[in-house]
Design a protein around this ligand. Structure first.
Ligand code: SAH
Length: 410
């Protein structure tokens, strides 16, 4: 498969059209093979704008969010940058195509090693990966022109601010659960920082000494300004092992992005399957003529004390139909009534045998037929359907009425 074209389309759809203009960023996204950063078997989802699971309860960032972070970091060809939260390595790989040198730190050893292998295979030689707690930054490599934090902190870790060079940009999600905000801090002086809010986001928690601590079943802030125990969702299966769950444990692990990808996918497939079954059943019933005019479900017999009426309930626009009225034997004249709504549904072409008299009373039209004590009398009303749609009409025999609807296909 030609991944270059798929990548170009992803950049066009999910990145450029959503306002990312930085040519360095879009060019890097066209170059870096995102499918090499997702677990085997998930390649087909690599170019959807969604976060994907990469194991250890962690996710590869959604393309648009990475693009946004990189654009806001305002990277330059000569820059030295730090990524906290290497994960799959995708964001670091992008940065390595723009900046001079990338330092990337990840707390999960397996993820860090896998990312390193990917960089080697792809020949990206300007990235250093280290296993460790990125909430403390990477002091030996500081100062940085830009720092990107790919996990959400309770507040901006001091070490990261200190490791920014003058004019350096720190892009970091702050907050927990649904309430996270993406922030940009620009160092304007020795102790001066300019802070901007870039909008609401959803990332996995930054777990470390200067961030959240992974105490089951929720992550707990170490920052003094936050309450000791923060009721929020568990961060990941890996980070929440080990015992009883609090009352908030019903929340699933929600990685960065909007929804758990596989769960969403499964629900989507379930809905798709049901739709197919319903569609197939409808198709089969239509092919067998079960649902149309003249089919076995197209008529209904209404029982009334003075007899019965065989009535069309499914028909087609402008089609001839008939309604059979059967009166039980009686020594008195019989009366059949319809309401004006009936005449909106059907026009009456003829009555066989014809009525003795017609009258209107209380808004209803009545047909009078002669008495016949010898046996049942059958009257056929020859009809023509009128308006398409579902129409209701009320018919009556003697004093009793019944309301019946008819569906007329256009
Ligand atoms: N940028 C990544 C996605 C990262 S997801 C990509 O493009 O694929 C966030 C990552 O941050 C996870 O892998 C998580 O293990 C890591 N992480 C969380 N807390 C950390 C910390 N204190 N130091 C380093 N990495 C951390």
């Amino acid at each position: 498969m030609d991944m270059t074209r798929i990548r170009d389309r992803m950049v066009e759809h999910h990145v450029t059209r959503r306002g990312i203009r930085d040519p360095g960023v879009t060019e890097a996204m066209r170059t870096v093979p995102r499918e090499k950063f997702v677990p085997p078997g998930s390649e087909e989802f690599a170019y959807e704008d969604a976060p994907l699971s990469i194991g250890e309860g962690q996710t590869i960032s959604q393309p648009f969010i990475v693009a946004l972070m990189l654009e806001k970091a305002d990277l330059d060809a000569g820059d030295t940058v730090l990524e906290v939260g290497t994960g799959s390595g995708y964001a670091s790989a992008l940065m390595s195509r723009i900046a001079r040198r990338v330092y990337s730190i990840e707390r999960h050893e397996r993820l860090a090693l896998e990312a390193k292998e990917r960089f080697e295979k792809l020949g990206y030689r300007n990235i250093d990966v280290r296993v460790g707690d990125g909430s403390k930054g990477w002091a030996e490599a500081a100062p940085f022109d830009a720092i990107i934090v790919s996990a959400s902190a309770p507040e901006v870790p001091t070490a990261l601010k200190e490791q920014l060079g003058l004019g350096g940009r720190l892009i970091i999600p702050v907050g927990r659960g649904e309430g996270q905000r993406l922030k940009r801090l620009t160092r304007t002086g020795a102790t001066a920082f300019e802070e901007e809010d870039l909008g609401g986001v959803r990332f996995v928690p930054l777990i470390g000494e200067d961030a959240w601590t992974a105490t089951h079943p929720m992550y707990t802030a170490t920052a003094p300004s936050l309450p000791k125990t923060v009721a929020s969702e568990p961060s990941s299966p890996q980070d929440t092992q080990g015992g009883g769950m609090g009352k908030i444990d019903k929340l699933p692990t929600l990685p960065e992005g909007v929804l758990d990808h596989s769960e969403f996918q499964q629900r989507f497939w379930a809905v798709q399957r049901i739709s197919w079954i319903v569609f197939t059943l409808l198709l089969v019933t239509c092919l067998l003529g079960l649902l149309g005019r003249g089919g076995p479900f197209s008529r209904q017999t209404l029982q009334l004390p003075d007899g019965s009426v065989d009535f069309p309930i499914i028909s087609r626009w402008n089609a001839p139909e008939d309604m059979t009225v059967t009166f039980t034997p009686s020594s008195e004249d019989r009366v059949f009534t319809i309401d004006p709504a009936f005449l909106q549904t059907f026009s009456i072409q003829g009555v066989d045998p014809p009525q003795k008299a017609t009258f209107t009373r209380a808004g209803r039209i009545g047909y009078v037929f002669p008495a016949d004590p010898a046996g049942p009398t059958q009257i056929v009303f020859r009809l023509q359907t009128q308006l398409p749609g579902r129409l209701r009409a009320t018919i009556g025999m003697g004093g009793e009425t019944r309301t019946q609807s008819t569906f007329i296909f256009p």
